[in-house]
Design a protein around this ligand. Sequence first.
Ligand code: PEP
Ligand code: MG
Length: 749
Amino acid sequence: MTDTETALAREITAELRALMAQELPVQDKLDRVVALIAERLRVDACACYILRPGSMLELYATKGLSPDAVHETFLRVGEGLIGEIALQRKPLAFANAWRHKSFVYKPETKEKAFKSLMGVPLVRENRLLGVLSVQTKKIKNFSADIVEVLETIAMVVSDMLASHPAISEQPDAFANNRRKITGIPLIEGFAQGMTLVHKRIENVAHIVDGNAKTEIKKLTQALAGVEREVNKMMALPKTNAEQVAIFETYLMFLKDKGWISKMTKIVESGLTAEAAVHRVGLDMSERMERMTDPYIRERIHDFQDLVNRLIRHLRGRKADADEKRRRQVILVAHSLGPAELLDYNLKYIKGIVLEEGSQTMHVVIVARSLNIPVICGIKDATHVIPPKTFAALDAISGQLYLNPSDEILDDLKSEMARRAIVGAHCNQSRALPAVTKDGVKIALNINAGLLDDLLVPEGTFYSGIGLYRTELPFMMSQELPGLEAQAETYHKVITKAGHRPVVFRTLDIGSDKVLPYFQQQGEENPAMGWRSIRITLDRRALLRDQLRAFIRASGEKPLAVMFPMVSATAEFLEAKKTFFLELEREKNAGRKVPKDIKIGTMLEVPSLLFQMDELLKHVDFVSIGTNDLMQFLFAADRGNALIWNRYDTLSPTFLRVLKSVNDACAQAGVPCSVCGEMAGHPLEAVVLVALGFTSLSLNPGKLGAVKAALRTMNQAETAAYVAIQMNASGPSIRDAVRAYAHDHGIFIT
Ligand code: PEP
Ligand code: MG
């Protein structure tokens, strides 16, 4: 340091010491420190970043950068130039900072105007506390001397920070706040970001207004405004067909005369339009919440979204200020409408935590299409999860870590890296046929239920659609789809499938699959009640319409139909007879009908196991629904969280059942496949192939992982091993098979 710099450093440190001696809150002190440095070093900006748990650097005080960025801008250690200084724990100076490859622009800081940057770490007793930086608008080559001056200043500042409990002890205080909250994974993935708590129905600002006419006009304008907004969202290129269908429900709500007239009446009684929307919105939500029908309950979130939108329009405000913040966030909400999610800047939404949620909830469907990890089932999430808290989301195991320790972050990072490698390997396998090392070919089909499920990535090799669950389009619809509408949907499925065969399953409603327009029976045990083929045989017109729709959609193309929840051969025969009656009708009406017809059954009720000889005389194929078969065989409700993993599909008992079915089918020359969730798990798929299955139907997302496993197994050798294990009396052969796979290089993700 030259004398000038030394003198400068001395002066500044003296001033800093005087400042530090004052009884001031730490924020005020730091505000003055950065102002002092900026002034004395003649730079355009000075910023102090403080290290937070989770290796985050928080912009704590600044002179020159936008004050809006204070406590809003976070950089990870290693991220951007500031992060680099923290990582390397040494001073760094950049004349052309904004051009540096590591430069990360945080728009809220408005630092675009600055060209050069110099920063030093704030370290005390070998502990990193933060970073102190200066910036200039004109390009400046910071001399080594001036860097030294800032280093000297940094020592004084570090000293002050270390003696300031509000800062130095904060990491420990945060450590006490470190928490792991467990939810239910809905969409797998990992994410990191600051928590952002989504607001529910907005409070009403003005309740009473004497001018009903103006308020009604406002209401009409708001309704039209929201309609425009929804139409705009529908027209966005990123909006897919499913999202369009969801928005159509919004439009339906918006045009609902009953709802509008209720609001109008309230306005006429002297309340503001805003208050009317709020009141009617709450009334409706409460009414919907009381309904037991899960489908309707899930639509509450869409409805609440609409109410919020209307209120925002009435206030002339588009969206909450929070939504405009540009940083990676984990959105925490009681529930969300799909449009509410799309309102956010999706680039920054890295994960979602919901109090309420399910696979069929619209926002979950939308999040899946956007690849955003989601967990749900966290009670009071919006209250127990603090806003603006650094969090890591592991939506594979369903954990949300608040203020995670570096060890947890490292673990998650390595798990993410491992999954990325595994994912890349699985992706490569997607394009290849499923053939075992000893040459056994396995037909891998996909399970689908929505058109979007058929959007299998380009180049994926699969045999066909082994299970098309027709109830999903029925569940998404507001009314019972007529024959034409059904035929149109099935035709789209056939067209999308191209040359691949499709197995259409007739309506499997009842139990947890509820149609909004179908009267529920209030049964004690709906899973074992009036459901599925029992309903469609009793309501024959429903079955006939659906069968006819299959026939019409197929034209002369081959058609495969299967019946779910068959418990007796007689039921199957009755349903099959109905099919051929419809086929006859269609023929007689002069319509083209398929020539190649296959009628099969799901095997998911154990009673069929004892009718195999008879059943196999009449079926063209058998598809084992392991989800239900497991539930009925072990008397274990598949949706009950208390027992969901109590019994294992890889138990010798269950495997013996599966093998007996496959053997019986093979003997009778009837094709047999497995279409339950089990087939989509690599280890289970290996075991199924070892049992002799050569056809599986699974979730399209699992094709790569399952293929990667099958392509690395030797069928004959694994079969011999599994056969021995199946004689064991234990509850599961899972661990043994996993160890075998590991030892024999079978790729299990
Ligand atoms: C099954 O039960 O395994 C099956 C495939 O049907 P779902 O899951 O639709 O009941
Ligand atoms: Mg089933």
